[in-house]
Unconditional design. Structure first.
Length: 129
């Protein structure tokens, strides 16, 4: 059905990565998880069909690109890859800024995360077909 579409999940929370990989691998997607935006950017040559990207990355040393910076870099290198942003942020101004930048979808990290992602992924890929 999804002809082996490759999806990157980029989140510094290993639990979220595991949850998303497990759920969507079961749907037949080729899933790859990254715990930093830098790791994701280094793997862009694999041409993912979709990137699910966390908005906020926390590192011990405090030096890490945030989701917005990673998004900007992805769009410089591969402007056609759709990106879904994940966040615990519900601030309207953040959502607005992401929309202006051309994010494909924005999903709040809550108890409905997997269901919301499922809907967003299906919608995105149905637009392409």
């Amino acid at each position: 059905m999804n002809n082996q579409k490759r999806i990157f999940i980029v989140d510094d929370d290993p639990f979220i990565n595991m949850l998303v990989v497990k759920r969507f691998s079961a749907e037949g997607y080729l899933m790859e998880a990254f715990e930093s935006g830098e790791d994701c950017l280094a793997a862009l040559h694999k041409n993912p069909d979709l990137i699910i990207l966390d908005y906020l990355f926390v590192k011990e040393n405090g030096i890490s690109m945030n989701g917005m910076e990673v998004f900007d870099e992805i769009k410089k290198v591969k402007p056609d890859i759709p990106v879904i942003m994940l966040s615990g942020q519900e601030k309207g101004e953040i959502v607005l800024e992401l929309a202006r930048k051309g994010i494909d979808d924005y999903i709040i990290k809550d108890n409905n995360l997997i269901d919301s992602l499922n809907v967003a992924i299906k919608e995105l890929f149905s637009r392409e077909d």
